[in-house]
Design a protein around this ligand. Structure first.
Ligand SMILES: O=c1[nH]c(=O)c2[nH]c(=O)[nH]c2[nH]1
Length: 282
């Protein structure tokens, strides 16, 4: 039977690294997980027994630590870029290397209003993310964040939606709005300060979420994206994913009790899935 190998890539996932940057007055700390994916002239390993072009995924794992040694880890964007460029420049058979990094966040402990030199708190769900693809003549980079949980107890409603015989949802002007934000934006010019830009993006997302009345998750998502594009000229496109994590008014009427819009059942499943990409015109 004739077959064609139409597409292939391979790599290593969940390569975990903790990195201390020892400054004179403090230590910085980054904990990350990297995923490496290579595309290139690896056909022979699939279509024959010839592994001569295959860079072992075990070598990819070792490279993560070697690049940390050689270049340090100033930011996940820099680190991912150094790794992706390394694979392209080192191996002729590599046509493109994609490195995705997610960073577990550790926050410096404040003691008596002073930032501690080397002690941190962690354990939250929020992570910083980036994805860098490098080839011989180009580098593309995206930054992002995920797991950013937000909730507000009012200033959110949902009304005027399409109704038919299957509609049971009650209209409301006052509901809980809870979501976990995933955001990804393009980094057109890869040499900007992407750490500072992520801080600005995050603050704009939170500002709009907190301060604007939400007529729907969709509308709030769009307003959040507009605010980011408005305040960050370096970003031309942002994708936001915001699940609607429902807190449904508890039906306590059957207990002879009144719900004053203050007793809810958090329902992890099912949840609404709202995602959009918003691009600056021009
Ligand atoms: O903000 C919302 N958008 C929807 O599309 C939707 N659908 C739903 O049942 N509740 C909501 N809320």
């Amino acid at each position: 039977m004739a077959v064609t190998l139409s597409k292939h890539s391979y790599g290593k996932s969940h390569v975990c690294l903790s990195y201390i940057s020892r400054k004179e007055d403090r230590h910085d700390f980054i904990q990350l997980s990297a995923e490496i994916s290579l595309e290139g002239k690896f056909d022979d390993a699939y279509t024959s027994d010839d592994n001569s072009k295959v860079v072992p995924t075990d070598t990819m794992k070792n490279t993560v630590y070697a690049i940390a040694r050689m270049h340090g880890v100033d930011s996940i964007e820099d680190f991912a870029k150094n790794l992706a460029v390394h694979f392209c420049q080192t191996y002729d058979q590599v046509e493109s290397a994609t490195v995705s990094v997610s960073e577990q966040l550790w926050t410096r402990i404040d003691c008596d209003g002073q930032p501690h030199g080397h002690a941190f708190t962690g354990g939250g769900s929020e992570q910083n993310t980036c994805c860098v693809s490098a080839s011989a003549d180009s580098i593309t980079m995206h930054s992002g964040l995920k797991g950013l949980k937000v909730l507000k107890t009012t200033e959110s409603g949902f009304e005027g939606y399409s109704k038919d015989q299957l509609t049971t949802l009650a209209e409301t002007k006052d509901r809980i709005f809870a979501t976990t934000i995933t955001a990804e934006w393009d980094c057109g010019n890869v040499s900007e300060d992407w750490t500072a830009i992520r801080i600005l993006v995050r603050s704009k997302l939170l500002e709009i979420f907190a301060h604007r009345y939400s007529p729907s998750v969709q509308r709030t998502l769009h307003e959040m994206a507009e605010a980011v594009l408005d305040s960050c000229p370096a970003i031309s496109e942002i994708t936001l994913n915001m699940p609607n994590q429902h807190h449904i008014p508890a039906d306590i009427a059957k207990l002879g009790l009144q719900n004053h819009n203050d007793i809810f059942v958090p329902t992890p499943e099912p949840f609404g899935v709202i995602e959009a990409t918003i691009r600056r015109d021009g």
